[in-house]
Design a protein around this ligand. Structure first.
Ligand code: LLP
Length: 445
C-alpha cells in the first residue's frame, strides 16, 4: 500500500532522515517529497512506454501533468528525466518558463484559455496547444493570424467513455465541459468540424488528437476503448481528408494506491495492455502508427510524497452501530482541508501512521481531522492508530504528492505548507511555508 519506511529506531524516515528532524527543521504541516522516487517514477513511465510501443515505430512522449504538483524544481527534474511538461494555465506556463523548460517540450491545456494565454503560447512557439472547442479554435486562428505565427494544435475530443472514477474527475462522457464531441449534433460532429477547420487554416498546423478520460483510474478497459475510438477517428480523417495526422495523445489518469484497498497496475503492465490494443486497431484500419503521448500526473508525484502533521487535541465519541455503540477517537492535526482538500471534495480515502515513534499500545479506531471550522474537515476518515497517540506526536499521511499542495487554500488564513525535496539523503525546501506576512501581503487595508 501507500508506503512510508521506518528506520531501526522505528521512526519513519526518508533516505535516512527521520521525520522528527524534518519537523524540527522545517515545521509542520510539511510535505516531504522524495525526489529520487519522483525521478524513478518519471523514468519508469518513460521506459515502460518506450519499450511497449517500440515495435510500432511511432515513438512515445511522456508529458508530466503539472497540475498534480508543479514547482520550478519539479519542472527541471521532469526535463532532466527526459519527460515533457503539460501545463493548464498561464501560471503553470510561467513556472515552466522560469525553470527553463524548452518551449517545444511544453503543452498547454485548458477549456477556457484566455486571449493572453493563447498569445503567450503562440509567441513562445509551444510544442502543442490542446484546443478544447470550436470557439477556441477560431479564437486561436485569429490570434495566430494577427501575430503572424503558426500554432501547433492538438484537438481534444470526447470519446464518450465512462471512466470508473469519481464523477468530478471523469472527463470523457458527453455531458461534461471538456472537449469536442464526436457525436453528430445535426451539423456533423463538432470533432469533425474542428478537424476540417484546422486543416483549412493557414496559421494552424494540426498535429493530431487528444483524449483524457479521467483520473485515478485502475481499469485498463477505459483507456483501451478510448484508444480504439481515437484511432478509428484518425482513420476517418485519413479517408475524408487524405491526411494521416501524426500524433495521438491518450491523456493521463493512472490510479495510485492511497490505502491498502487500492491495487493499481504498474506502468509497464498498462503500457503493454495499451500497446496491444493500439497494435490491433492500427492493423484493423491499415494506419501508420502515430507518435503517441500520455500525460500522467498523479502516478508520478502522488506516491512520492507524504504529509507530516503534528497531533494536537483528542476526544473520543460513542458511535451507533448495528451491534450497539462503539468508540471512535478523534485526533486533530495542525493542517487539514487547506492542505488536502481531496477527502472533502471527492470522498477520498487516505491512511495515517504514527511516524515519530513505535509503541506497543493497542491500535484503536481513529479519525484524523484538521483544524478548520468545518466538520467535513477530515484528513483520514477511519484508521487504526495506537491508543497512546498524544499531542506532539507526528503523524504521516502517505501518497499526498498529487493534488494536495496543488489544491491548497488559505482557508481560515492558514498558510500553505512548505514542500521539501529529499535527494541523496539531504532535504531542501523547494516551496517555502507561507507566513502571516504572506497572508497579509495583498490585503490593501
Ligand atoms: N491530462 C489532462 C488533460 C488532465 O485533465 C489531467 C488531469 C491529466 C492529464 C493528469 O491526470 P492524472 O494522471 O494526474 O490523473 N483534483 C483531482 C484530479 C483532477 C484531474 C484533472 N486533470 C483529484 O485530486 O483527484
Amino acid at each position: 500500500a501507500a508506503g512510508v519506511a521506518r528506520n531501526d529506531d522505528g521512526e519513519v524516515a526518508v533516505q535516512g532522515l527521520p521525520v522528527s528532524e524534518l519537523a524540527r527543521e522545517f515545521g509542520t504541516p510539511l510535505i516531504v517529497l522524495d525526489e529520487d522516487d519522483f525521478r524513478a517514477r518519471a523514468r519508469a513511465f518513460r521506459d515502460a512506454y518506450d519499450e511497449a510501443f517500440a515495435d510500432l515505430g511511432g515513438g512515445v512522449d511522456v508529458y508530466y501533468a503539472g497540475k498534480a504538483f508543479l514547482s520550478v524544481d519539479v519542472a527541471r527534474w521532469v526535463t532532466e528525466e527526459g519527460l515533457r511538461l503539460d501545463t493548464a494555465s498561464g501560471g503553470e506556463l510561467a513556472v515552466a518558463r522560469r525553470a527553463g523548460v524548452p518551449a517545444e517540450n511544453l503543452g498547454l491545456h485548458g477549456n477556457n484559455k484566455s486571449v493572453a494565454e493563447i498569445e503567450t503560447a503562440l509567441t513562445l512557439g509551444l510544442g502543442r496547444i490542446i484546443v478544447d472547442s470550436l470557439d477556441e479554435l477560431e479564437r486561436l486562428g485569429a490570434i495566430a493570424e494577427r501575430l503572424g505565427v503558426t500554432g501547433r494544435v492538438m484537438l481534444r475530443l470526447t470519446p464518450g467513455v465512462h471512466a470508473s472514477t469519481h464523477e468530478y474527475i471523469a472527463t470523457a462522457h458527453e455531458d461534461q465541459k471538456f472537449g469536442l464531441s464526436m457525436v453528430d449534433d445535426g451539423g456533423g460532429a463538432p470533432a469533425d468540424r474542428a478537424v476540417a477547420a484546422a486543416l483549412a487554416h493557414p496559421r494552424i498546423e494540426l498535429l493530431g488528437i487528444h483524449a483524457h478520460i479521467g483520473s485515478q483510474i485502475f481499469d485498463a478497459a477505459g483507456f483501451a476503448v478510448a484508444a480504439q475510438k481515437m484511432l478509428g477517428f484518425l482513420a476517418r480523417v485519413r479517408d475524408e481528408h487524405g491526411v494521416e495526422l501524426p500524433e495521438l495523445d491518450l491523456g493521463g489518469g493512472y490510479g495510485i494506491a492511497y490505502t491498502e484497498q487500492d491495487t493499481p497496475r504498474p506502468p509497464a503492465e498498462l503500457a503493454a495492455a495499451m500497446a496491444g490494443v493500439v497494435r490491433e486497431t492500427l492493423a484493423e484500419h491499415g494506419l501508420t502508427a502515430p507518435r503517441l503521448s500520455i500525460e500522467p500526473g498523479r502516478a508520478i508525484v502522488g506516491p512520492a510524497a507524504f504529509t507530516l502533521y503534528e497531533a494536537g487535541v483528542r476526544k473520543t465519541v460513542q458511535v451507533d452501530h448495528p451491534e450497539g455503540t462503539l468508540p471512535r477517537r478523534y485526533i486533530s492535526v495542525d493542517g487539514g482541508m487547506s492542505d488536502n482538500a481531496r477527502p472533502v471534495l471527492y470522498d477520498a480515502d487516505y491512511t495515517a501512521v504514527l511516524a515519530s515513534r513505535v509503541t506497543d499500545s493497542d491500535a484503536i479506531v481513529s479519525r484524523v481531522v484538521g483544524k478548520h471550522c468545518e466538520s467535513g474537515d477530515i484528513v483520514v476518515r477511519d484508521v487504526y492508530l495506537p491508543e497512546d497517540v498524544a499531542a506532539g506526536d507526528l503523524l504521516a499521511v502517505p501518497a499526498t504528492g498529487a493534488y494536495c499542495w496543488a489544491l491548497a487554500s488559505n482557508y481560515n488564513y492558514l498558510g500553505r505548507p512548505a514542500v521539501v525535496a529529499v535527494r541523496g539523503g539531504r532535504a531542501r525546501v523547494i516551496i517555502r511555508r507561507e507566513t502571516e506576512d504572506d497572508l497579509l501581503a495583498r490585503d490593501m487595508g
